[in-house]
Design a protein around this ligand. Structure first.
Ligand SMILES: C[S@@+](CC[C@H](N)C(=O)[O-])C[C@H]1O[C@@H](n2cnc3c(N)ncnc32)[C@H](O)[C@@H]1O
Length: 190
């Protein structure tokens, strides 16, 4: 269980970075544990996991609690202050201070799940295509791309879903998240 002082420190860093780069964070607060757990429940525990836009590590906590070994986890995060915190918090995970558009370049075998905390829908379609297309290039067949959203629509734009031939399922809304959010699971049928 995280100590309140630690939680407040992470929240303070998140808020400071939000004020500096609101267009990149696009969230009022770190994800809740309930939302992280909903996303982590979709992970295939038989493989490695890549998390995009890990921030202060809220979803990462749920991924590890679900049973993923820290050594099987790669975190992509382009904010340097968040990367520093992630390296302190999860020393056995690989933290890459990369733009998530480079996810297809990650050198890791047996990736079955990509979990994203990115503000994907606020990104241009071409950028979404690079990120989601890269994730499916990296993953084993049958792999799942898990993305949360605050909005009412699937959080991967229609042209990207169509171009990649993705199917999707939506999960229940987590009302106690700030703001309420739900996750979607995207797959690429063989
Ligand atoms: C909505 S916050 C989510 C943070 C954390 N996953 C959570 O749920 O609390 C979005 C995160 O994505 C990161 N981010 C935004 N665009 C990115 C990009 N193109 N590549 C990598 N990280 C990015 C931001 O720095 C921020 O940490």
């Amino acid at each position: 269980m995280q100590q309140p002082v630690t939680r407040n420190k992470h929240l303070g860093l998140f808020t400071a970075q939000l004020l500096r780069r609101p267009w990149r964070i696009v969230a009022l607060a770190p994800s809740s544990r309930a939302l992280g757990d909903q996303m982590a429940a979709e992970i295939d525990l038989g493989g490695a996991v890549v998390e995009l836009g890990a921030g202060t590590g809220k979803i990462t906590e749920s991924i590890l609690a679900a049973g993923v070994d820290e050594g099987d986890l790669v975190l992509l995060e382009m904010n340097a202050a968040f990367c520093k915190l992630l390296r302190q918090r999860f020393p056995r995970a690989t933290v890459l201070d990369w733009n998530a558009q480079r996810v297809g370049e990650v050198e890791l075998a047996n990736v079955r799940s990509v979990v994203s905390g990115l503000p994907l829908l606020s990104m241009p379609v071409a950028v979404q295509n690079n990120i989601v297309g890269g994730a499916f290039k990296l993953m084993q067949p049958g792999g799942a791309y898990v993305q949360f959203t605050y909005g009412p629509k699937p959080p991967v734009a229609t042209p990207v879903r169509e171009a990649l031939g993705l199917t999707w399922e939506k999960r229940d809304k987590i009302w106690m998240n700030l703001p309420p959010a739900r996750s979607y699971v995207f797959r690429k049928p063989a």
